[in-house]
Design a protein around this ligand. Sequence first.
Ligand SMILES: Nc1ncnc2c1ncn2[C@@H]1O[C@H](COP(=O)(O)OP(=O)(O)OP(=O)(O)O)[C@@H](O)[C@H]1O
Length: 292
Amino acid sequence: MLELRNVVKVYGKNVRAVDDVSLELPSGVTALIGHNGAGKTTLMQMIATIARPTSGQILLEGVDIVQQPDAMRTRLGFLPQDFGVYPNLTALEFMQYFAALKGVRDPARIRRLLELVNLHDHADRHAAGFSGGMKRRLGIAQALLNDPDVLIVDEPTAGLDPEERLRFRHLLSEIGLRKLVLLSTHIVSDIENMAGRLAVMNQGRLVACDTPDSFVQRARSQVWSVTVPTQDYERLSAGLQVLQAQRHADGVTLRIAHSSVPLAGALPTEPTLEEALMTQRYAVRERQDLAA
Ligand SMILES: Nc1ncnc2c1ncn2[C@@H]1O[C@H](COP(=O)(O)OP(=O)(O)OP(=O)(O)O)[C@@H](O)[C@H]1O
């Protein structure tokens, strides 16, 4: 169990990149979601002990890893956002290099990990010629060398094609069956059916943390569907929080976030996870507007 207590990170005089975040993370996959600049990377860096909180505590199994970073470092696998491979090394040599750095002496483990990330057929190829997805998978393999209890992956699917994304999702959810996996993304479809828990960040704050089902459950009765004539679309949708507008022969079908019936004839509809999160973000924005 990883526990964050009132964690704050201030850059310079007044950039509160992470603002009083408290969070409990059990094992399984947790996805950190938020817009660019929400504070996801900063939070992950503090958990990975490569950035120090300005204040607050981060505990791994009760041990304060800000005070005792080695308690995390010996149990951590980390794939940073800007992870790069060494182009002159083959995949196998790259793994051997990191195995030596991490004091891992079992050559069979390297083979097993290359199989796990489906790179065993490419073990003797130079990583320079790998696709983005293959490089990310090699990054995961090196992160798993020391059999970490905690795996942190920053934006794992950035720049990957759909097939690579799918493979990556599968791999991370498998790892999450046994480990604590924390990943960040701003692409909701990437964590659908994969993350057991979503932590939503906005402007440094943790605004919600729950299971995907709970987010969807809460958004029920707040997402509406209605078809309007094409010529009335702009007038009718003005001022509404339109989640999706699909044009077809009979008009435009709108999916709208609203706490009550937004337009005559609108019917409540089952929200997708992405819509549920958008509804949540809208709710946050409304609360901020009210507070201003
Ligand atoms: N080293 C730094 N010095 C100053 N400000 C920083 C630094 N790193 C991040 N920030 C600022 O902190 C805030 C949070 O940034 P962070 O990278 O943690 O967000 P993020 O959610 O990971 O964004 P992205 O999805 O773009 O990676 C931003 O306003 C960013 O500009």
